[in-house]
Design a protein around this ligand. Structure first.
Ligand SMILES: *[C@@H]1O[C@H](CO)[C@@H](O)[C@H](O)[C@H]1NC(C)=O
Ligand SMILES: *[C@@H]1O[C@H](CO)[C@@H](O)[C@H](O)[C@H]1NC(C)=O
Ligand SMILES: *[C@@H]1O[C@H](CO)[C@@H](O)[C@H](O)[C@H]1NC(C)=O
Ligand SMILES: *[C@@H]1O[C@H](CO)[C@@H](O)[C@H](O)[C@H]1NC(C)=O
Ligand SMILES: *[C@@H]1O[C@H](CO)[C@@H](O)[C@H](O)[C@H]1NC(C)=O
Ligand SMILES: CC(=O)N[C@H]1CO[C@H](CO)[C@@H](O)[C@@H]1O
Length: 503
């Protein structure tokens, strides 16, 4: 039995999420229809658009879930997100909106059909991701009457997400029960390839099975036989590091230490991991970690004395432009999936009128952090600035004169588009599935009055989604160096064999 299933049942218990399991079914008399009511209140999606068919999306936009101490004497507060906004994840969410707009504009794909979306912020946490999954399955209506079982499966045709493996696993338990296809752009845990456990889970990114081996090959190629390792204490980090360590052992690489950490760990635990790195003799550290976790550790390590280490990273963090601000403490080498170009995306990202920003709590938060000002609508208390971060608005008021064009933010960094392209592909995969189900017999008009079950979509489109996966294998991956200075002759030679050295 996996941990995530246990977490799921605890979650249902603690957070009172609206779910098919917690509906209050009442029949008043024989004639009256069954009334199905969701218990608890719905959480509004971060972004949404009406349409004939809805595609759900879940991204880790905030870094944390707000945690509170349960006293078990009153109803718990609804779950919510806190911390700063991961602007790369915001880009992923906006890229999904962009893809759907393109599909709506297209006369070849789903002609005459509008595709809508409901995009949620899971703040990289299991309880919020599960709640989002239930809402995508049930819809947001507080009452509905579809049948005696209160099952309204098929609110969404498919779900794009989650970014992390652990929330993806939890969501797949919900979406899978209703046969709703879930297509992740970034969940790479090899464990998710198990079709028996995750029958409706697909992804547009390769499994870590390949990545662990490739990282070992990389380390070995440089002759680094004495290394330290750190990893996220999550399905992604635990599974990835386990594969890495077993491959490393086979190749005769010695590991001085192997430390797990996680963004919600106490300050002292993170500090302890930093101390292990400072005191170690291994100058190479391999990190199989999510970007949100890595950021916490690097913040700790950029305090004096800074331990200069050669970092080797998994692609979850090594291609995150946000981590470039730690350049004084990090020179990382790792694997990334192929970069790409999405025409029109940059313009779309730049098109954020101030009225749109003010109307969205999430965009307001992003705006405040990006421009270090306070929105007129803001009620949030801000923390004093950390030394290594640039987050936290001061007291000037945002007034719309802020200029996105001149903003340096991972949100606007479209120079590489690796994972963003996987989001884009995931949206298209689901749209093509719907198209094939609706538009088989007609060339220019689809019959949107055909009642469509989402199970039908995953049924029809399974081969297509598999095909997307098989497009990605590691010969396409390439090395990315964030090394300050230039590569040594040996490194350059090795790197040029694979692809190129980016300094
Ligand atoms: C179910 O709903 C009815 C009417 O809305 C209410 O009286 C009853 O207390 C509810 N039961 C539970 C277990 O919540
Ligand atoms: C329990 O927590 C709730 C909300 O956090 C609070 O309103 C309530 O007073 C607490 N009860 C006790 C007995 O501490
Ligand atoms: C969709 O079409 C509208 C109107 O022609 C245009 O303004 C918009 O940029 C298009 N969106 C995309 C993503 O192509
Ligand atoms: C942050 O930096 C300032 C000087 O730039 C220093 O005085 C302060 O102690 C630092 N705070 C922490 C938490 O390291
Ligand atoms: C397409 O046409 C065939 C035969 O004419 C029919 O059986 C089938 O239901 C149609 N499918 C759709 C999606 O209209
Ligand atoms: C070309 C086209 O059909 N565009 C539609 C895309 O979706 C939006 C929002 O529903 C519509 O307003 C457009 O007409």
């Amino acid at each position: 039995m996996s941990i995530s299933a246990i977490v799921l049942s605890l979650t249902l218990f603690l957070f009172d999420v609206p779910s098919p399991l917690s509906l209050n079914v009442t029949t008043t008399d024989q004639e009256a229809p069954v009334v199905c009511k969701a218990k608890g209140s719905a959480r509004a999606p971060a972004f949404s658009l009406e349409g004939d068919y809805i595609i759900g999306g879940v991204f880790s936009i905030h870094y944390y879930m707000h945690t509170f101490i349960h006293n078990y004497t009153s109803k718990p507060e609804p779950v919510r997100c806190t911390g700063s906004v991961d602007s790369r994840e915001l880009r992923f969410a906006r890229a999904m909106v962009f893809a759907i707009e393109e599909i709506n504009n297209s006369s070849a794909l789903l002609p005459g059909v509008t595709v809508g979306y409901q995009i949620h912020d899971s703040c990289a946490s299991v309880p919020v991701a599960v709640q989002a999954a239930f809402q995508l399955v049930n819809g947001l209506a507080p009452e509905y009457y579809p049948d005696q079982r209160c099952s309204q499966s098929g609110m969404v045709m498919g779900i794009v997400g989650e970014s992390g493996s652990t929330p993806s696993i939890s969501m797949s338990r919900v979406a899978g029960s209703f046969n709703i296809p879930q297509v992740s752009h970034f969940a790479t845990c090899a464990c998710l390839s198990d079709k028996e456990q995750y029958p409706s889970f697909f992804r547009t990114i390769p499994s870590d099975k390949f990545q662990a081996d490739a990282l070992v090959r990389l380390v070995k190629q440089f002759g680094w036989t004495w290394i330290g390792t750190v990893y996220s204490d999550s399905d992604y980090g635990n599974n990835g590091m386990a594969s890495f360590l077993s491959a490393a052992r086979r190749e005769g690489i010695c590991v001085e230490y192997s430390e797990a950490f996680y963004r919600t760990y106490s300050h002292s635990r993170i500090q302890r991991v930093a101390q292990v790195i400072r005191r170690s003799t291994a100058t190479v550290v391999v990190a199989f970690a999510a970007s949100g976790d890595m950021r916490i550790l690097l913040e700790q390590l950029c305090q004096e004395p800074v331990p200069y280490r050669q970092w080797v990273g998994s692609e979850a963090w090594v291609t995150d432009p946000d981590l470039l601000r730690f350049s004084s403490c990090v020179g990382a080498l790792g694997l990334g999936i192929q970069q790409s170009v999405i025409p029109g995306l940059k313009e779309f990202l730049l098109e954020l009128p101030f009225s749109t920003v003010s109307a969205s709590a999430l965009l307001s938060k992003f705006w405040e952090e990006a421009f270090k000002c306070r929105m007129p609508t803001s009620q949030v208390q801000y923390n004093v600035k950390h030394n290594c971060t640039n987050a936290g608005p001061d007291d000037t008021l945002c007034d719309g004169s802020e200029d996105l064009m001149n903003l340096e933010s991972p949100y606007l960094d479209t120079s590489q588009l690796r994972i963003t392209n996987m989001v884009y592909k995931a949206v298209y995969a689901i749209a093509h599935a719907i198209h094939n189900a609706l538009c088989q017999n007609t060339t220019n008009q689809c019959d949107k009055f055909i009642p469509l079950q989402s199970a039908q979509v995953s049924h029809l489109k399974t081969p297509c989604l598999y095909l997307l996966m098989s497009l990605y294998y590691f010969s396409q991956a390439h090395f990315l160096g964030f090394l300050p200075g230039s590569c040594s002759a040996k490194e350059s030679q090795f790197l040029s064999e694979w692809v190129q050295c980016v300094v």
